[in-house]
Ligand binder design. Structure first.
Ligand code: B12
Length: 215
């Protein structure tokens, strides 16, 4: 067993080389050594936060954002099979999740979907840049009682609000709990648009939807 803290520090250093081969080899070594997949995922998420800060500061440009996204995708696909939440055996209910129109960020939403599946939910992942009608149609056809929206960019706000308005117009709001997540969301936003919950953490998101499901 490796010392997770040192190993993650060294992994994070390697991450910023953006050398995919070196990074995935290191990830493989870490996972083989029995590190905590949850903590490893968090360490990767910290790298993405750092990339975001550097982008905002003008030290990184779009190519770095794209490379970081690709690296995170590869490494998280190695971590995913090891993520567990609860026994995953019980059927906890159905959830529809998507990134609303105006936003193409996928990675955090996909992680939340994987965790929800591991926790025993039936998950319908609609993908990214989803128009408001897309959410409503899927809720109708699946009978989902939970709807999740992920937003990393502020242009998605009006569409998130529209989804909740459409739920009301279609007489679905009473039977559907709405949770929002991702860096561009906040408790204030949730209150403003009338969502039931908000989080920046996928694991907390699972605890919230478990409570929605009465677990
Ligand atoms: C990678 C990345 C990209 C990649 C995305 C690749 C992909 N396939 O997803 C690419 C290169 C495509 C991209 C594009 C752009 N990006 Co970008 N991107 C990022 C970056 C660096 C990391 C995002 C990420 O994947 N994080 C890792 C995941 C795991 O974390 P997470 O999303 O927060 O998810 C966790 C939780 O939030 C939660 N969660 C997430 N969703 C949900 C949903 C529910 C229901 C629940 C319960 C929980 C939950 O669970 C996850 C696990 O814990 C961020 C920086 C940052 N700090 O976030 C910028 C960032 C989001 N991008 C930004 C920008 C500006 C852009 C572009 C406009 C750049 C451009 N000029 O073109 C475009 C957007 C185009 C569009 N219309 O959407 C800004 C957004 C500013 C804002 N708030 O409006 C950021 C914040 C960078 C910055 N600091 O300026 N980006």
């Amino acid at each position: 067993m490796v010392n997770d803290k040192d190993a993650f520090d060294s992994f994070q250093e390697k991450f910023f080389s953006f050398h995919l081969d070196t990074i995935t080899k290191e990830a493989e070594r870490l996972l083989d050594s029995g590190c905590s997949p949850q903590d490893f995922l968090r360490a990767c998420q910290q790298c993405m936060e750092e990339v975001g800060k550097k982008f905002e500061a003008g030290d990184y440009y779009l190519p770095e954002l794209v490379m970081a996204g690709e690296i995170f995708k590869q490494v998280s696909s190695m971590i995913r099979p090891l993520l567990k939440f609860g026994d995953g055996q019980r059927n906890m209910g159905t959830i529809v999740v998507g990134t609303p129109k105006g936003d193409i960020h996928a990675l955090g939403k996909d992680i939340f979907c994987i965790l929800a599946e591991a926790a025993g939910f039936t998950v319908h992942n609609l993908g990214e840049d989803v128009p408001p009608d897309g959410f409503i149609d899927k809720v109708k056809t699946t009978g989902a009682t939970i709807l999740g929206m992920s937003a990393l960019i502020t242009t998605a706000y009006p569409y998130m609000a529209q989804v909740i308005e459409l739920l009301k117009e279609n007489g679905l709001r009473e039977g559907v709990k709405v949770i929002i997540g991702g860096g561009a969301t906040s408790k204030d936003l949730a209150e403003k648009i009338g969502a039931d919950a908000q989080t920046w953490d996928g694991y907390e998101g699972i605890r919230i939807i478990q409570s929605f499901a009465g677990a």
